[in-house]
Design a protein around this ligand. Structure first.
Ligand SMILES: Cc1ncc(C[n+]2csc(CCOP(=O)(O)OP(=O)(O)O)c2C)c(N)n1
Ligand code: SF4
Ligand SMILES: [Mg+2]
Length: 441
């Protein structure tokens, strides 16, 4: 017998269910797909945000929609960010769905509460199998009384959390508790997704690997478990009286800010680039010396020239001491990995920046095709890469050294027109001519 799923509109063609035989997650997965089919949402307008745990494997099954696999318990926070961004600064078309287990819901409970309080347009589907399935069947805050788990071998004595009551008390608009075998489960999921604001559907189901082996349980016992623990089943709350967060924020806040125009904050293309393949930069200096701001200006200039960019920052948690660095990619093609693994250009503007580059083994990751642009004061380890030493700190000042090095590279190697970066420099520092203490190129 095969677990392959055929003819599913939103799912990966020929996808094979990764779950154990009889696992409730298989049903929830299929019901989510059915719900999406009922709603007929354009797949580009659906975002599936997954948590850690067996349930998190679901994103690999939905390759037609956007998927984001996130950290344990935090999926709702990621989804909230996506939904708020969409409703305030983008197309306002996204339907953002979280797939999270009972373990994830427990660990990230406040993210669910916060999304409900905001009433942001997120649907949280809690696949509640009453335990941590992926890590070996430990008790969760959702384990029912008397439930035997790996960590409660004599039966659980702590009452299970009623996530639906929590959601209702946090002013969630749509809340339902269903059983995986409910005939109308996909209708409830569709209704929740369609709800314009925060919605939550808890689905009671079984982990056949850990729950049914330790407890005498069948799917038909799920309603009894809810009943014994005082958890209401079915549609618990459906109220349209609150305005969705993004709408309210836009109407009451954004529109009130004097002179605020969203379009002013969107970087649009003004020029063309000459780049044939991606360039990755490792830009490293000292905290407080505007290294990451300089990298952001490089990204802005690249976007203005129609390039894709990514910026990945790193600094010690102390923020104001030690190193500060950015890994930047500029590319004519979409970027699928944001780190500069084998940087094409290494910019080093201070001793702390060099020390961190050595600690991160950058010199072992670059090749003879790479270029190093370093302040003249730095003693570099032996390298086959081309090295250009410049009087960055002296000519630009410590706060502008990274930007000066970036300007040097763009002006001399022309991946895009230098004047685009100069305009950004002028916006920030005034006249470009007076940006340098003394021009060094
Ligand atoms: C922050 C963090 N804590 C703990 C873990 C270990 N961990 C991985 S899966 C999991 C439990 C998942 O349980 P649940 O969310 O109920 O999903 P299920 O596996 O039951 O589908 C835990 C605790 C982790 N990955 N990250
Ligand atoms: S361990 Fe449990 S939750 Fe995980 S796939 Fe198997 S049955 Fe499902
Ligand atoms: Mg679980």
């Amino acid at each position: 017998m095969t677990n392959a799923i055929m003819d599913c509109t939103y799912m990966t063609e020929g996808a094979v269910m990764p779950y154990c035989k009889g696992c409730g997650h298989t049903i929830v997965t299929k019901k989510l797909n059915e719900a999406l089919e009922k709603l007929k949402l354009p797949s580009k307008d659906v975002v599936l945000v997954t948590d850690i745990g067996c349930i998190g494997l679901i994103d690999a099954l939905f390759d037609k929609v956007h998927t984001v696999h996130t950290t344990h318990g935090r999926s709702t926070a990621f989804a909230t960010g996506i939904a708020v961004a969409d409703k305030t600064v983008a197309d306002k078309k996204l339907k953002t769905i979280v797939m999270i287990g009972d373990g994830g819901s427990m660990i990230g409970l406040l993210h669910i509460v916060n999304a409900a309080l905001l009433n942001t347009d997120v649907t949280v589907l809690v696949a509640n199998n009453f335990l941590f399935g992926m890590t070996g069947g430990q008790q969760s805050s959702f384990s029912p009384i008397d439930f035997i788990t790996q960590t409660t071998p004599q039966g659980n004595i702590i009452p299970p959390l009623d996530i639906c009551s929590v959601a209702v008390s946090a002013k969630a608009g749509y809340v339902a508790r269903k059983i995986a075998s409910d005939k109308d489960l996909s209708d409830a999921i569709a209704e929740a997704i369609n709800y314009d604001g925060f919605s939550l559907v808890e689905v009671l189901e079984l982990c056949t690997e850990h729950a049914t082996t330790k407890n005498e349980l069948k799917g038909t016992d799920l309603a009894k478990i809810a009943d014994v623990n005082g958890h209401q089943l079915g549609l618990i709350h459906n109220d349209n009286s609150r305005v969705e967060f993004g709408k309210e924020y836009s109407d009451k806040y954004l529109s009130q800010i004097k002179g605020f125009r969203l379009s002013d904050n969107i970087i649009t293309q003004t020029d063309k680039h000459n780049l044939k393949s991606q360039i990755s930069f490792f830009i490293s200096g000292s905290a407080g010396e505007k290294v990451q701001s300089a990298a952001a200006m490089l990204c802005e200039a690249a976007v203005r020239c129609g390039l894709f960019t990514s910026q990945k920052n790193d600094n010690p948690v102390t923020q104001g001491s030690g190193f500060s660095l950015s890994e930047v990619i500029i590319s004519p093609e979409e970027i699928f990995f944001t780190g500069a693994e084998n940087p094409s250009v290494v910019i080093l503007v201070s001793h702390e920046g060099l020390k961190e580059a050595i600690a991160q083994k950058v010199f072992e990751r670059i090749s003879e095709d790479s270029l190093i642009i370093a302040d003249e004061s730095l003693e570099l380890p032996e390298t086959n890469s081309k090295v250009i030493k410049l009087s960055l700190r002296k000519s630009c000042g410590a706060f502008k050294a990274a930007l000066g090095a970036i300007d040097y590279y763009i002006s001399n190697f022309n991946p895009f027109p230098g004047n685009v970066l100069h305009k950004i420099i002028e916006k920030k520092f005034g006249n470009y001519e007076s940006f340098y203490r003394e021009k060094f190129f």
